[in-house]
Design a protein around this ligand. Structure first.
Ligand code: UD1
Length: 374
């Protein structure tokens, strides 16, 4: 399905326009370990960090990602000698020493930690596995970083830590009350990292609370590749649009929102990835706080029906929908107060919902089965 989509992609290998990112420099953190760097968000973080001048050491066990993503990161960045890879499972105790050795040779000075399990429903069914995997992986990383004296961590947290406890727009001082084990692993890891930062060892940490990442790199080469039936809205819409599924079930149209469907803060994954680069820059500053929590969101909400309408415009496909009952555990509305990210990190989301849909659609069309061979 090679649609004439490149015309409006705004992407160019030589790096013109806003995709270039060459004006950004990762100040001190020039050698960055990226755990989960082959995953959806991780791959985009790798590309933006490379574009900002960093070298990256990707640590991934490919449990929910593909080695193909590594090839494509190298292809987009065009600087394959700056991309190193360690295939390892952070849940294994032995990985701490292996990673420390590699990190030492690599000259690591910071880490972005994204590796972990992330399916809400699965976490309810298998909570022990979620706690063990997500928390153990974090502790292994901490040990390895400590061994080489690289004490800056940007952590992939989630707006899910807020649960249903707050009025939107929600800021970082909002009450944290996650409603499932997955969300609690995120909150507990944030707290482990805050304890590290409060110790005398010189750790600096930034917990990035993501809202709803969607879209893909403008090249169409990396994007979200969910296994099985997608849980999240955008991958599901995209698979309906491309003909892999018949119709979208809209989970509830009787919420107290303008059109009755759930409202979320969708953020383009490239904007999100650039937020990590801004956080790495921030942590390298002498005046950076030891521990900071930062929302990464666009700061406005869209309903399910608005998202579908935007995707119809981008794809020029029908996208049939039917109204279904509410999904257990869903809340009516959540969107970010993203002002701290601007004030502290000098970052704000730039891409629109139409950009998100166009880029998500390009990825879906050019890779209808994700990274799998057809
Ligand atoms: C979900 C996770 C959250 C995670 C986030 C990552 C749950 C309960 N929460 O959040 O922990 O951090 O993804 O992006 O899974 N919708 C439909 N039909 C669908 C799918 C979704 O109507 O087939 C609606 C949902 O009811 C919701 C909106 O679309 O109103 C967004 O859903 P989703 O993409 O799953 O994200 P969240 O529920 O916000």
């Amino acid at each position: 399905m090679a649609h004439a989509l490149n015309a409006n992609s705004g992407y160019s290998r030589s790096g013109s326009g806003r995709e270039a990112g060459k004006d950004r420099r990762v100040r001190m953190a020039s050698n960055v370990i990226i755990t989960g760097g082959a995953g959806y968000i991780g791959a985009h973080v790798c590309v933006e960090a490379l574009s900002a001048g960093a070298r990256v050491l990707i640590v991934d066990n490919f449990a929910n990602s593909s080695p193909k993503a590594i090839e494509r990161i190298r292809e987009i960045a065009g600087e394959s000698d700056k991309v190193e890879m360690l295939e390892a499972d952070l849940v294994d105790d032995a990985t701490a020493d292996i990673l420390a050795e590699r990190a030492g040779r690599f000259g690591a000075d910071a880490a972005v930690h994204l590796a972990g399990l992330k399916a809400v429903g699965e976490s309810v069914a298998e909570p022990a596995r979620y706690y063990e995997t997500n928390i153990r992986a974090t502790l292994t990383l901490i040990k390895a970083l400590d061994a080489v004296g690289a004490r800056r961590i940007v952590f992939s947290s989630s707006a899910t830590v807020y649960g249903e406890a707050n009025q939107s727009p929600v800021n970082e001082d909002g009450r944290t009350a996650p409603t499932n084990p997955y969300g609690r692993t995120k909150l507990f890891i944030e707290e482990i990292l805050r304890d590290l930062a409060a110790s005398a060892a010189g750790w600096k940490i930034c917990n990035l609370r993501y809202f709803n990442p969607v879209g893909a790199h403008a090249s169409g080469r990396i994007g979200e590749d969910p296994k099985g039936v997608p849980n999240n809205l955008f991958p599901f819409i995209a698979q309906v649009a491309v003909g892999r599924r018949d119709s979208l079930s809209v989970f509830g149209d009787d919420y107290p929102t303008p059109d009755g469907t759930g409202v979320r803060d969708y953020i383009h994954v490239v904007d999100l990835a650039r937020g990590h680069v801004a956080a790495l820059d921030y942590l390298a500053r002498d005046d950076a706080a030891a521990a900071t929590d930062v929302n990464l969101g666009a700061g406005r909400g869209y309903s399910v029906l608005e998202a579908v309408a935007a995707f119809r415009r981008a794809s020029n496909r029908a996208i049939p929908v039917s109204i279904a009952p509410r999904r257990a555990g869903d809340i009516a509305e959540i969107y970010a107060d993203a002002s701290r990210a601007t004030d502290l990190l000098g970052w704000r989301a730039e891409r629109t919902i139409d950009d998100m849909c166009a880029d998500h659609w390009r990825w879906q069309c050019e890779n209808p089965m994700g990274y799998a061979e057809e």
